[in-house]
Ligand binder design. Structure first.
Ligand code: COA
Length: 149
């Protein structure tokens, strides 16, 4: 597996990849449907510190991820994680997070990763727990998890 910076930002490929409205809602609960390119261009604006990645297994595009700035400059937010349905539950999410962690630590000097997940998204929760993320904040269905790297 490899993660490749999505530069210049190509949201058309993301629209093709995240083609199910329920998945889009899990990836970003406030995302508009149908896929709104302007909304994604704003949230993934590299000028605001976001880095979008396309995830490849061999030659095949299987997912998307992003690293974003957090309030604390030593922390990066892991956002917009997505693995295509046919590749799920086989460890791809965990391998993708390991690559993001390596990038954040080695290229961005990050000391900590944080993310938001919904408590009902048990597959995602299990994936993050297996990557050694622990929860530090819960409100309703929102769970915030973090990991020192
Ligand atoms: C969340 C996501 C990125 C994780 O990627 P993945 O490749 O499926 O994750 P992994 O296979 O590495 O890990 C998932 C784990 O949950 C387990 N799992 C699968 N379905 C599950 C369920 N319904 N409940 C609990 N665990 C479940 C898998 O077996 C695996 O655990 P294991 O390694 O012990 O077998 C991917 O499932 C996805 O894109 N989901 C839809 C969008 C989404 O939810 N994005 C994240 C928003 S925060």
């Amino acid at each position: 597996m490899k993660i490749v910076e999505n530069i210049p930002l190509n949201t058309a490929v993301m629209e093709e990849l995240i083609s199910d409205p329920e998945d889009l809602d899990l990836v970003w609960p406030v995302a508009h449907w149908p896929f709104d390119h302007e909304q994604w261009q704003q949230v993934l604006d590299p000028e605001k510190g976001a880095i979008s990645f396309l995830v490849h297994e061999g030659e095949i595009l299987i997912g998307h991820a992003a690293l974003d700035r957090a309030e604390n400059p030593a922390t990066r937010m892991v956002r917009f994680l997505y693995i295509a349905p046919e590749h799920r539950s086989r460890g791809a999410g965990q391998r993708m997070i390991a690559l993001l962690e390596e990038y954040a630590r080695d290229r961005l000097g990050a000391k900590r990763l944080e993310l938001k997940v919904r408590s009902f998204n048990s597959r995602a929760m299990r994936c993050y727990e297996k990557c050694d993320f622990t929860d530090f904040f819960r409100k309703d269905s929102l769970v915030m998890m973090g990991k020192d790297i």
